[in-house]
Design a protein around this ligand. Structure first.
Ligand SMILES: C[S@@+](CC[C@H](N)C(=O)[O-])C[C@H]1O[C@@H](n2cnc3c(N)ncnc32)[C@H](O)[C@@H]1O
Length: 230
């Protein structure tokens, strides 16, 4: 998979995407992530990428020209991959990012992510360029950089060969519509708090049964809304 990010704060990305599992995925060639400075695409001599909104009102709006030009350039990479890219604008007005959406995106070969700022992005970008608007939740952040990193993290860990044990992602929260069962590690007892006896039994059938029950119990307690879809 290839992921291109268009942003006015390129330096925000490496400290996050250059660590841990995402770093390994990049080093192993499972994903190629390129960060592009939107200011390189502006025709303004002061490298301006925003302007005042038509009709008045507070704040500034991101101009369409640099975004159209940046994406046109990045789409050429897709032509080489013989694939249409998915062009995603991070936006609080977008479709909510869920595990299901992350799975769908992980099947794509090329994602182009556009990070908004200020009051947002000129509407013509949404209408004529973007294929998907994605939100990471019903709250407003100052920019699309953190949402883009959240999206990248959740998508990349689903790519084949990225997680150590391929099965580990199959039993996680939201996979079957439930939250994950409780996990324990050594020691078997601390401050008189014991690990459930069944987990020490070595009986895998009993352990699986216990985990299924616990997943239901945890979901009923913490996220009863999820049970509607199970
Ligand atoms: C301050 S917000 C603009 C909000 C816009 N005025 C509105 O009311 O819809 C600036 C940028 O941050 C990003 N952003 C903010 N909240 C987000 C969220 N929940 N999910 C994804 N992106 C978000 C978007 O790229 C957005 O263009």
């Amino acid at each position: 998979m290839r992921i291109d990010v268009v942003t006015i704060f390129p330096e925000m990305f490496e400290p996050v995407l250059g660590q841990s599992i995402i770093k390994r995925a990049r080093n192993k060639g499972r994903v190629e992530i390129k960060i592009h400075n939107l200011r390189q695409y502006t025709k303004d001599k002061h490298k301006k990428v925003d302007d005042r909104p038509y009709g008045g009102g507070p704040g500034m709006v991101m101009m369409p020209q640099p975004i159209f030009d940046a994406v046109r350039r990045l789409k050429q990479k897709s032509d080489k991959l013989k694939n249409k890219p998915r062009i995603i604008l991070l936006s609080p007005q977008g479709k909510k990012l869920t595990q299901k959406l992350a799975k769908k995106l992980s099947a794509d070969r090329h994602l182009i992510l556009i990070c908004g700022h200020y009051e947002g992005v000129d509407e013509r970008v949404m209408k004529h360029l973007v294929t998907d608007e994605v939100s990471i939740g019903d709250y407003v952040l100052t920019g699309g950089e953190l949402p883009a990193m959240v999206l990248i993290d959740t998508v990349v860990r689903l790519l084949p060969g990225v997680l150590g044990r391929s099965s580990s992602k199959d039993v996680e929260s939201f996979e079957e519509g439930l939250l994950e069962y409780p996990q324990y590690t050594r020691p078997a007892e601390i401050n008189n708090y014991k690990v459930p006896e069944v987990l020490l039994s070595g009986n895998h059938a009993r352990i699986n049964q216990w985990r299924k029950k616990q997943a239901l119990k945890v979901t009923r307690k913490k996220r009863p809304d999820l049970l509607k879809n199970v």
